[in-house]
Design a protein around this ligand. Structure first.
Ligand code: FAD
Length: 478
């Protein structure tokens, strides 16, 4: 009897345990993707992620068709669609990579129940993480709340298993049920409408081949200098694998082993990068154990934080018009390419929450809509960490100074000049503090502060003092 291979966040053929198990013994397999926005509710994929998903599904469809079993696209409630497909095809079971988002776990429970009522199984296999959240526990048997001991514990469990090869050939169903056309799904770009994501394609190639190529590019260059290169937003010092990992076009195991293999003589060099893969892992484990993480402060005392929601300030930040060049460059990189360098994500997020006193949830919602790599675990964990309300040690009183951060990590202003062209001709000395530049320098560089490029939305020292005063007003930790 055939099996359904239900693709969700593992849009790849290699190292895909669910696809492999579905095709076991040469049985016929129906690969399926279901767009189920209703189940995800507010966490349905945002705009930029929907751009990614559309091309990723196109790539997956091509790759599956080349192996003999075309992808069936559907939309609607998975607990209805999946059991109906199983019924129509006489499938014995449904296989999928396990998911950790609270809404997805709840949905899988409903799907399993509906399938079970007809005597069928939903089998969930480890696919998007290195380790299952239940298996990483502290000495007292509790999940870790802090990154370092978590990472140590995962490393102590030994190297992850070697990745599985992609299946050579898949046996299709003789008469697969009809599916939807990719263009009929509500994804982006919408045929015939203006394409706000027009520059995305110059940077990204969604799909498994794109992920493999991106990994190859990283291994051929930046990987050896990653420890320092990752902090320079003006160069390509990081892997750029985040959206590929987000959609599972490559698995963390594949990345892990490839990076280890590329640095055989110097395992120490791999550590900082593998540490980031473990931050991703940690974020997922946290989300699993603390499902309220996307919405509510993990530290109770922060629930009372006196944010001052202000639509105009939020919009200035969203549009890259705060008057702080490094923040604005980051926000414009995000809009243009659906991605922002990690160092700048930290500076821009901190600025929103601490200097502008806007709720971190407003920032995370904007990232959710604009990042191609938006993932509920990493996005929520990172915002809580920046806001100081997360479980990890990130002292709230550390308020990034956006000028000093810019001068430290973008000393020649290469990054700022690229994304804030109004400032391109300012000398290095003022590139991160244009309001301090003499009038003649501004005029010479063609900068009209307050008209072309904005003045700072808030003075740094005043913003920092206000944030610290707000913190002092919070109830003491229990
Ligand atoms: P690399 O430096 O090459 O790292 C390799 C991989 O490790 C990344 O692809 C990513 O999967 C993982 N990783 C790296 N840093 C982190 C981190 N701090 N937390 C979790 N995983 C990490 N990352 C997302 O994937 N999705 C998000 O929605 C997201 N939102 C963020 C929001 C804020 C406010 C901040 C400060 C960070 C956020 N990050 C998020 C983490 C990080 O910025 C990105 O993963 C990273 O910039 C991706 O670029 P890269 O692939 O070149 O990273």
């Amino acid at each position: 009897r055939p099996a359904l291979a239900w693709f969700r966040q593992d849009l790849r053929l290699a190292d895909n345990p669910a696809l492999r198990a579905a095709a076991e013994g040469g049985r016929p397999v129906l690969p399926v993707f279901v767009l189920d926005d209703a189940a995800a509710g507010p966490w349905a994929a945002g705009g930029a992620a929907r751009w990614w998903l559309k091309s990723s599904l196109a790539a997956l469809g091509r790759d599956l068709a080349a192996r003999g079993a075309p992808l069936l696209l559907a939309r609607g409630r998975a607990e209805i669609v999946i059991p109906a497909l199983a019924e129509a095809t006489g499938a014995a079971e449904v296989l999928a990579g396990r998911l950790y988002e609270p809404w997805a776990r709840e949905r899988d429970r409903r799907v399993a129940e509906a399938l079970g009522a007809a005597g069928r199984d939903l089998r969930l296999l480890t696919s998007t993480l290195l380790r299952e959240p239940e298996t990483v526990r502290s000495g007292t048997g509790r999940p870790y709340a802090v990154y370092s001991p978590f990472a140590k514990s995962v490393i102590g469990m030994g190297e992850p298993e070697a990745p599985l090869p992609a299946p050579d050939r898949l046996r299709p169903l003789a008469t697969p049920p009809p599916g939807e056309a990719l263009d009929s799904l509500p994804l982006y770009p919408v045929p015939g409408e203006p394409d706000w994501a027009r520059d995305f394609g110059t940077l990204w190639q969604p799909g498994e081949d794109g992920a493999t190529a991106r990994l190859g590019r990283f291994l051929a260059g930046p990987v050896t200098g990653y420890a320092n290169g990752r902090n320079d937003p003006g160069t390509e010092g990081t892997s750029g694998l985040s959206p590929h990992l987000r959609w599972g076009e490559i698995s963390p195991r594949q990345v892990w082993h490839a990076v280890r293999g590329a640095l055989p003589k110097d395992p120490e060099l791999a550590k900082p990068f593998l540490g980031e893969i473990l931050w991703r892992e940690f974020s997922y484990h946290l989300l699993f154990h603390r499902p309220e993480m996307p919405d509510r402060a993990l530290r109770d005392r922060f629930a009372a934080f006196p944010f001052q929601p202000d639509a105009a300030l939020l919009q200035a930040w969203q549009r890259g018009r705060t008057g702080y060049p490094i923040v604005d460059a980051g926000m414009r990189q995000l809009w243009r390419f659906g991605w922002m360098h990690n160092r700048v994500r930290m500076i821009a997020a901190s600025f929103l929450v601490k200097h502008l006193l806007q709720p971190w949830q407003a920032g995370s919602a904007w990232f959710w809509d604009t990042l191609v790599d938006a993932d509920l675990a990493s996005n929520s964990a990172s915002w809580q960490w920046i806001a100081g309300s997360g479980t990890d040690a990130a002292p709230y009183f550390r308020v990034f100074n956006p000028v000093l951060q810019g001068e430290k990590f973008d000393p020649e202003g290469r990054y700022v000049r690229r994304f804030v062209p109004e400032l391109a001709r300012l000398p290095d000395r003022w590139i991160h503090r244009p309001w301090e530049a003499p009038a003649a320098v501004l005029a010479g560089a063609g900068v009209a502060l307050g008209r072309g490029y904005p003045r700072p939305a808030i003075d740094h020292a005043a913003g920092r003092d206000r944030a610290l005063a707000a913190l002092r007003g919070l109830p003491r930790a229990a």
